[in-house]
Design a protein around this ligand. Sequence first.
Ligand SMILES: NC(=O)c1ccc[n+]([C@@H]2O[C@H](COP(=O)([O-])OP(=O)(O)OC[C@H]3O[C@@H](n4cnc5c(N)ncnc54)[C@H](O)[C@@H]3O)[C@@H](O)[C@H]2O)c1
Length: 354
Amino acid sequence: MSSKRSVAVVGGGVGGKLSIDAVNASAKFELAAITDMRPEVCESWRAKLPGVRVFTDHNEMFRECPTDIVCVSTFPPSHEPITMDALNALPLKGILVEKPLGHTAASGRAILNAIKKRGIPMAVPHNMLVRKGTVEVLKRVRAGEIGELRSVTVQSDKWDIMNAGIHWFNYFVALTDREPIDHVMCLCEAGTRTYRDGMQVETTAVASAVTKSGVQCILNTGDSIHTDPEITGGAPFRIVGSRGQIAVGSWSNSYFIQNREHPEGTVIDAGSYSESGHQRHLETMADLIGGTPDYAIPESSLMALELVEASYLSSKHHCKVTFPFADFVPPTPVVWEPGTPYSGTGGGRDGRKL
Ligand SMILES: NC(=O)c1ccc[n+]([C@@H]2O[C@H](COP(=O)([O-])OP(=O)(O)OC[C@H]3O[C@@H](n4cnc5c(N)ncnc54)[C@H](O)[C@@H]3O)[C@@H](O)[C@H]2O)c1
């Protein structure tokens, strides 16, 4: 009998392929089945992986080919129903749910709660958390090597808050060691009516998230965003502390650090792991099967999803979204146009009274 964990992947697109390749590259797993609702995607997987069973319906796959592990790699709105179906149908030992956990924080929370209730380990593949360069940066910031963390700016060209911004917000949450959020403000414009990964998204947005102690993340996303030419290898991050700064690309092995030890600034190459981020996440999850699950990354992913949803709500309702997010209720709209002359009547607050 094989000691490998059997794996099924739901969703055979870009995200699903990352899990499929990771499973095939690892000695810990055996890929048993793939589901994709599109017959042409199924055909292409049948041709590439003749020994693997391929389905168009995940419930049929769960009935016909039960596995130890399921990877949920479809679009965010279907993560919850597919996860619940997997939990109900299978004696699951572990699960991977792609980021963003759901299309809303409530959906992500429902997924995480259901998995916690089952007590099985869970992977959410935020790969900045398993790459050598960005993990090293995280450790340096947390160790105080640039002093106290003050701000993080991120430029996310060609990508939106929901689908890539979730990674960037998740890294911000990790940099602050999951410090509670105070509020989020955001403005989106949707001139091009862009959609991506099953979601309507912004053409351009600027979002600001501030923690209780005042650490700020400014995230600029959209179809055409200026990026710092000196920070390469993914979305540019500039992480500023009270005594230094670090500049790093989201997927880069190297980063620039300027602090007391490196007053002129130095580029450090942290190197890379031979295996992919998805393989690292899946193997870490598999090692926890039968032990105590660690939900730190799923929890940070959920916090990031709250920042994502808060950003869109802030823009929709033209308001500051205060946290805890679960308690937020959009305020009654006010008739007040900042930037236009004040008539002298009609109330308001005298801003000269500081
Ligand atoms: N962690 C990462 O680095 C990473 C990278 C890429 C994508 N993703 C995530 O993967 C997920 C999917 O995005 P993608 O880029 O693979 O999109 P995609 O369009 O490339 O693929 C999605 C696939 O899922 C299939 N699908 C959709 N709903 C289904 C259902 N109910 N049952 C079966 N198949 C279904 C579609 O037919 C499609 O082939 C998203 O949540 C995305 O954010 C994560």
